[in-house]
Write a protein that binds this ligand. Structure first.
Ligand code: ADP
Ligand code: MG
Length: 258
């Protein structure tokens, strides 16, 4: 079971779009996949087609040990992957967890009970470096960082990298940065291409080969509760996420050989 957190403390950089579409693309590839929504906004939940307003149990209950993962998970109706959903309840978890022990390890513990059931677990983190994100980073083997190729893209990246280093040093020796994923890429923009080249120069093979273009079909899909890769699988954005899933499966196979 490979557990990846999709993190970037900036909002609107494509974390949720990446989490939902990678989950659906991995599932389409035959991978047993669980998508964990760690954002109280519940966008990954809705994007996967699970109604966040009618949840009896959610990731909130799992983190507070009020329910097991088996009781709280749902299945994406179109996507053939499982979802540990979230909604506004999760906003209170941070405060309610303050007095609990090992509060940063709650998600890790919940996933450990299901280690044989999934090939991939993807964790959609909220736009902050909070206790929720920390739960994601403590549970994960690696971090996927979606980045927009814009002028301010690198700003804030060092905060995230430092947080990942601290978690690695103190809490989770397994954690590493798997890669930076360039998203909402506009090949016609000089700036987009410059920032993209800069990322490759700085981060080398930590930059995924797949480039996700800006594509309106990816943005339309969530309002139908269907992942973009299934909503219009011939659209350029969908094709990119399908290729990204193949790239991820390939990378994972290479590690397993080591
Ligand atoms: P985050 O989870 O980091 O806040 P989202 O995945 O919700 O970011 O994306 C922010 C907005 O950008 C959403 O409206 C989403 O539909 C849109 N978006 C994300 N990726 C793309 C893309 N490749 N092309 C067009 N729109 C995109
Ligand atoms: Mg999001």
């Amino acid at each position: 079971m490979h557990i990846f957190a999709i993190a970037n403390q900036k909002g609107g950089v494509g974390k949720t779009t990446t989490a939902v579409n990678l989950a659906a693309a991995l599932a389409a590839n035959g991978q047993r996949t669980l998508l964990v929504d760690l954002d109280p906004q519940g966008n990954a939940t809705m994007g996967a087609g699970v109604d966040k307003r009618s949840l009896a149990r959610s990731v909130y209950h799992v983190l507070l040990e009020l329910a097991t993962l088996a009781d709280a998970r749902a299945t994406s109706p179109s996507g053939k992957f499982d979802v540990l959903p979230a909604n506004r309840d999760l906003a209170g978890a941070e405060v309610e967890m303050v007095d609990l022990d090992r509060r940063d390890m709650r998600l890790k513990a919940a996933l450990a009970a299901h280690s044989g059931e999934y090939d991939f677990v993807l964790i959609d983190c909220p736009p902050s470096l909070s206790m929720l994100t920390l739960n994601g980073l403590c549970a994960a083997h690696g971090v996927i960082i979606p980045m927009q190729c814009e002028y301010y893209a690198l700003e804030g990246l060092s905060d995230l990298v430092n947080t990942i280093k601290k978690v690695h040093a103190n809490l989770n020796r397994d954690l590493k940065i798997i890669g930076l994923l360039r998203v909402m890429f506009d090949p016609r923009s000089t700036l987009s291409r410059q920032v993209s080249d800069q990322l490759e120069q700085h981060f080398g093979d930590k930059v995924f080969k797949t480039l996700v273009p800006r594509n309106v079909r990816l943005a339309e899909a969530p309002s139908y509760g269907v992942p973009g890769v299934l909503f219009d699988k011939n659209a350029k954005g969908a094709q990119a996420y399908l290729a990204f899933a193949v790239e991820m499966v390939q990378r994972v196979k290479e590690w397993e050989k080591l």
